[in-house]
Design a protein around this ligand. Sequence first.
Ligand code: THU
Length: 160
Amino acid sequence: MESVKKGFEYIKYNALSELTPADLELVQKAMEQLPKAYAPYSGFHVGAAVRLADDSIFVGSNQENASYPLCMCGERVALYNAAANKPDVSPMTLAITIQNQKIKITEPASPCGACRQVISEYAFRHKQPIRILLKADSEVVYEIQSNEDLLPLGFNGSFL
Ligand code: THU
């Protein structure tokens, strides 16, 4: 037997000015989505933007429902928007930002488990890791190099 260790490192930016112009643009597109979120029940707004390999950007925000389990996360809306419009182009970088209407959250929130699975699906589909930028309701941004970091040993189509 052997012991296998998995872990990851991420980059923490303390100011938006530290980002590359391309990443700053993507984060800003995600931020533009925050007021468009439909989150009357949680008051937790999520804006997302995904940059594809052809440099196009698709966006989304969370969409809630009085029947709570039907709520859809912002990052999934953005990914589905991209996949529905450009199914053959790989997602490269996904930016996610948050705003809680009740409290200010200064460290980034990271995607829920369902979203991690969906992000992984598109990485698997295109055989291309997806980089993830997480922005708080402050200038703090985490850069995570690969979807694999957020969902190690994930389940994917190779088992089916
Ligand atoms: N939400 C997202 O949009 N993304 C996540 O990864 C976590 C949660 C949304 C769903 C719901 O509208 C609200 O945040 C509170 O859970």
